[in-house]
Design a protein around this ligand. Structure first.
Ligand code: C5P
Length: 249
């Protein structure tokens, strides 16, 4: 039997840092909503059946968006097995709910979690993570930190005091996709939910379970759309890639 590979896409954030108006995942980047771009990049890998895997997508979304997203997916991705569920109050809860939709996986099947808000993801980064998972239990896309970091303490006055300057060569910025074997991610999220742990990424939970996490090559362009300026930056990157048209019809 073919090995299955699930793309689990948490897309149920409130997007408060984007400000009022259209939900951030529905904002347009060069003519296509953020979430449609994210799904489009993943759909390409599914359609190519990269490495001969049997691909499925799990989209975790909100009550407000679920009907719109179902309609969009049946218009553009009707050839792909996509299931939907509602998210929770935190990213950890949302990913856990997505894992709950997986009922037919073998322990060794792959689950790649990818933030719905990272719409500039490339095929190269996704396949690097899949290649890594062929050998390792947990892999995640990352880039070396470019800026100098400071460890700080916030004083009672609200001022921010520098404690130390770590050697930045020892630091990477974690992105998504973050890939696991099904058995591993289920254990991570069972622990998180049972013990009330919230994490802003998935590999932090793998570390708690003592699983080895190997980083795969990410790109600096794989930014997470969070604030209004990210829309402008993402649009510029899409234009510079020569993709000025919406990726779909
Ligand atoms: O909040 P943050 O920027 O870390 O969100 C990363 C991803 O997780 C986004 O795609 C967002 O929609 C998703 N998320 C979620 N459920 C939440 C919070 C965030 O699916 N409760």
């Amino acid at each position: 039997m073919e090995r299955k590979c699930y793309f689990l896409i948490p897309a149920a954030g409130s997007g408060t840092r984007m400000g009022a108006g259209l939900p951030k995942l529905m904002r347009n980047v060069e003519g296509s909503p953020v979430i449609l771009r994210t799904l489009g990049a993943i759909a390409e890998v599914c359609r190519k059946r990269y490495s001969g895997l049997d691909y499925r997508i799990i989209l975790v979304t909100t009550n407000d968006l679920i009907d719109t997203l179902k309609a969009m997916c049946s218009e553009y991705f009707s050839d792909i097995n996509i299931s939907f569920t509602l998210g929770g109050a935190t990213r950890t809860e949302s990913v856990s709910k997505g894992i709950g939709l997986i009922t037919d996986a073998a322990e060794d099947d792959f689950v790649l979690v990818h933030d719905g808000a990272r719409c500039l993801i490339t095929e190269e980064e996704i396949t690097a993570c899949i290649d890594g998972l062929m050998v390792h239990e947990v892999c995640a896309s990352a880039v070396p930190v470019k800026n100098t970091l400071k460890q700080v303490e916030v004083l009672p006055s609200g001022e921010v005091k520098v404690i130390s300057t770590p050697d930045r060569s020892g630091f990477y910025e974690i992105l998504t996709p973050q890939g696991f074997r099904y058995g591993g991610i289920r254990k991570c999220y069972d622990k998180a939910i049972n013990e009330g742990i919230t994490a802003t990424d998935d590999t932090a939970l793998a570390e708690l379970l003592g699983l080895e996490v190997i980083l795969t090559k990410g790109l600096y362009s794989n930014l997470k759309i969070t604030t209004p300026e990210d829309i402008a930056i993402a649009s510029e990157i899409v234009r510079s890639r020569g993709e000025s048209e919406p990726f779909h019809d």
